[in-house]
Design a protein around this ligand. Structure first.
Ligand code: ADE
Length: 490
């Protein structure tokens, strides 16, 4: 079910590294191609295939010099690609529609094609409609068609995935499209900088995109995140949306990009610095963050399924705030996956560890059962509790709000050491303090109760993400219900 992308990634990796290799090496069986693109060192290149591609009116000509790259010789809705295999055969290729002959052909074939597409579309629509009806209704023994009874009000994950019109194994676009998109992005402004590298706002086809440029020492995070997004169906409103990954080689240094949706408000950490919240907006943030974590943690079986994933570096800097006030979870560079059958743990091979401030007691005292997938989910829950605490502090109750502070701000210095955190969290068993005002509001009182449960020393005693989401969504429904009653009373 999960297509191993490692092979493709390694091919990509080798392909990019081999681009700078001298042309007289291993030139047997290769052809000379015309080279006209940003990647060209000269007007010609040597490869197994020559390509011509047009995207967004921009033409590129060059070589594919890797076995497997011929997979990219396909045209996509916005990207026309043609490959050929004789010397300079790509020199004079033009995009269809460029010549008078082409135009005549288009005039003749278009109506036929349109008719064909229309009939196929109509047939598809009727088929989908009947399938949908069949799902919603059932034929009783007496032949009468009645609506199917539903066991729960909430749709199942299977139902939700049926709704997505996705194809392929992962979230991403085909690899050549990812590369094409990456090379058409204009970087506009740097919106974040850290040990991991930089995040830029860029534009592609007039739309904002976020570009995370990884520092070379964190290349394993790029590999891991790229692998996960390309192999796992991760579309969810509370998981950062993936557009593509790209690796380029410039002056013998490697640039690693991860392109995602751009969220104007920025990270939760940034937003909490300058924005105070109402109890309602606090609940929206907490519930949406929990929903994102449920999606990560939950395995989904079947063709459109996904493995269970634990994040391992959940914190307010790795959560983004969307315009609608909901959160989405970002940075899968340290994530671990559990295979479908549950008997194999894919830990990856990233030397990076999670952020010390957010580490659970069992990580700090090294008693964590590293061979159990459940252990990693339990550490995510500890960290989520800390994020809920950060959000709650910024919520106005009885006219009172606290300033933004990171968890354990009063107990450890900035950039605390492993030992400092261990003393506070394991030896002294401290948890963040909670302001009295929080107990006087039903939403904040409930969130406070939830976060205290996230901080149980015993990892197994902590609630699951699903339990947490249920508690928070019940709270949300109760509030809607109360509002509705209030409206009726008025
Ligand atoms: N900061 C980090 N990632 C971001 C994104 N995707 N959108 C906006 N700001 C960000």
């Amino acid at each position: 079910m999960y297509t191993p992308s490692a092979v493709v990634l390694v091919l990509l990796h080798l392909g990019l590294r081999s681009r700078g290799a001298p042309q007289d090496l291993a030139s047997k069986g290769k052809v000379q191609c015309t080279c006209k693109s940003m990647e060209c060192d000269s007007a010609t290149c040597l490869g197994y295939l020559c390509y011509f591609t047009v995207a967004e009116g921009q033409e590129r000509r060059g070589c594919f010099d890797l076995d497997g790259e011929q997979l990219q010789c396909v045209s996509l809705p916005k990207v026309y690609t043609k490959c050929c295999s004789s010397d300079h055969c790509n020199a004079n290729i033009t995009a269809p529609g460029d010549t008078a002959d082409d135009r005549t052909a288009v005039l003749v074939t278009m109506p036929v094609l349109a008719l064909l597409v229309l009939s196929v579309g109509l047939a598809g629509f009727i088929w989908c409609w009947r399938k949908r009806q069949a799902k919603r209704y059932q034929r009783e023994d007496d032949g009468v068609i009645v609506p199917k009874a539903s066991s729960k009000d909430e749709p199942t994950y299977g139902d939700m995935f049926d709704e997505f019109c996705t194809s392929g194994s992962g979230t991403g676009l085909p690899y050549l499209v990812q590369r094409t998109v990456a090379r058409q992005i204009m970087l506009v402004e740097c919106v974040g900088k850290g040990r991991y590298g930089e995040v830029w706002r860029g534009t592609w086809m007039g739309e904002n995109v976020a570009v995370k440029i990884f520092s070379s020492r964190d290349e394993q995070s790029w590999f891991r995140e790229t692998e996960i997004y390309n192999t796992v169906q991760l579309q969810h409103e509370n998981i950062l949306g993936f557009i593509g990954s790209d690796m380029t080689s410039k002056n013998s240094s490697t640039q690693l990009w991860l392109i995602t949706h751009f969220h104007e408000p920025g990270s939760l950490f940034d937003v909490l610095q300058h924005r105070s919240l109402t109890p309602d907006s606090c609940l929206t943030m907490c519930l949406s963050a929990a929903s994102g974590l449920v999606h990560l943690h939950t395995p989904i079986l079947g063709m459109q399924g996904k493995p269970a994933i634990a994040h391992r570096d959940l914190k307010s800097r790795n959560i983004l705030v969307k315009k609608n006030g909901q959160c989405c979870i970002a940075d899968l560079g340290l994530a671990v996956m559990q295979c479908e059958t549950g008997d194999y743990l894919d830990i990856g091979n990233n030397p990076r560890v999670g952020t010390k401030r957010y580490m659970a007691p069992e990580v700090l005292d090294e008693t964590i059962q590293t061979d159990q997938f459940a252990s990693y989910k339990q550490t995510d829950i500890w960290a989520l509790g800390l994020v809920l605490w950060e959000i709650s502090r910024r919520t106005v109750v009885n006219g009172i709000v606290e300033e933004y502070r990171p968890p354990f701000f009063d107990l450890v210095p900035s950039d605390p050491s492993f030992e400092q955190m261990k003393k506070v969290v394991c030896v002294d068993q401290q948890t963040p303090s909670l302001h009295n005002r929080l107990h006087s509001h039903p939403i904040l009182a409930a969130i406070t109760k939830v976060m205290k449960e996230c901080w149980f020393q015993d990892p197994k005693a902590r609630p699951t993400a699903l339990r947490l989401r249920k508690t928070l969504s019940k709270l949300d429904q109760d509030i809607d219900h109360e509002l509705h009653k209030l409206k009726l009373d008025l």
